[in-house]
Design a protein around this ligand. Structure first.
Ligand SMILES: [Zn+2]
Length: 311
């Protein structure tokens, strides 16, 4: 009888386990392929291509079924860039948790737009890795946690204006959708799809050593090499702390983890196209990030971190 029950339970248990680890790979690739297509014109803040990207992300938020604060996902903001005043638009949605305290999952969707690129005829900076990949990851996380309800409230922030100096992240912390005191953690993704060595870096464990144990646990079973680093003070450009949107959270003393790859030959070039990303690495990287967030969501104590160490 025991044996029968065992086989019976196993039959039903298996599909659940399989489903738990599933990222919809074709949807993931579609999101990146779409956002980095030529017709999105490099998604420069304030451009027509940027607006198209916003419509696409909003449609995906709706499709996944994540909630909107104040009946809208759209949060416009203004910033001065040289002698121009530019309007950017952040997109926020959330999945309510058992706790009102939140983890903010962020990725910038803007890129460099259209520029003359020397001898090349290709002038569209598609930004497939930078950072359609992070947005694809953000949407995959949203879909996953919609099916596997989280303990913390998860806020999904697709940020604008990163390339103009982290403007969307600045706007987020200046006018957050919930009080900053209720934000426990930022998880930022910027360039997670292009690496030939199967290496995904996670930056922030030096500043926030409490997060290291979650990384170590997931790194052991991960199908990408998950490496903690690029966050040592005094290491100049090798310290990525201030190089993407997580910096604005860090300045507010909110613990962060930033996931990204090392620079590659297509970085900030018109050749950062969908055809250049490592599809299977990207898929595995997103699975790994989901596992980290799930582990932190389940195990991280709610008390707010106090006392960031040095940059
Ligand atoms: Zn970027």
């Amino acid at each position: 009888m025991k044996l029968l029950c065992y086989s019976f339970c196993l039959l039903f248990a298996l599909p659940v386990v399989a489903q738990k680890s599933t990222v919809d790979s074709s949807q993931l690739m579609k999101d990146v392929r779409t956002l980095s297509a030529d017709k999105f014109e490099g998604r420069k803040t304030g451009s027509r291509g940027s607006r198209m990207a916003q419509f696409y992300i909003i449609d995906r938020f709706k499709e996944i079924g994540i909630s909107a604060y104040h009946d809208t996902y759209e949060y416009p903001f203004y910033f001065q860039y040289g002698d121009k005043k530019i309007m950017g638009t952040n997109l926020y949605g959330y999945i309510p948790g058992k706790l009102s305290t939140a983890i903010v999952i962020s990725a910038h969707y803007d890129h460099l737009g259209v520029r003359s690129s020397g001898n090349s005829t290709d002038s569209i900076y598609n930004g497939a890795d930078d950072n359609a990949s992070g947005v694809g990851g953000l949407l995959a996380l949203a879909a996953y946690f919609k099916k596997h309800p989280p303990r913390y409230t998860l806020i999904f922030a697709a940020l604008d204006g990163e390339e103009e100096g982290l403007q969307g992240a600045k706007a987020f912390v200046a006018q957050p959708p919930i009080a900053l005191q209720q934000i426990r953690q930022n998880i930022n993704m910027d360039m997670i799809a292009h690496n030939d060595k199967n290496e995904l870096y996670v930056c922030g464990t030096t500043q926030f050593p409490d997060t290291k144990k979650y990384i170590d646990e997931i790194a052991t079973g991960s199908r990408v090499q998950l490496i903690a680093g690029h966050d040592k003070p005094d290491s100049g450009m090798d310290n990525w702390t201030s190089q993407s949107d997580q910096y604005e959270f860090f300045k507010q003393k909110i613990p962060f983890l930033y996931f990204g790859v090392e620079d590659h030959p297509d970085y900030h070039k018109a050749s950062d196209e969908y055809s250049r990303i490592n599809y299977s690495f990207y898929y595995r990287a997103v699975q790994t990030i989901i596992s980290v967030v799930e582990k932190m969501d389940s195990n991280m104590p709610e008390n707010k971190f106090s006392g960031a160490t040095t940059m």
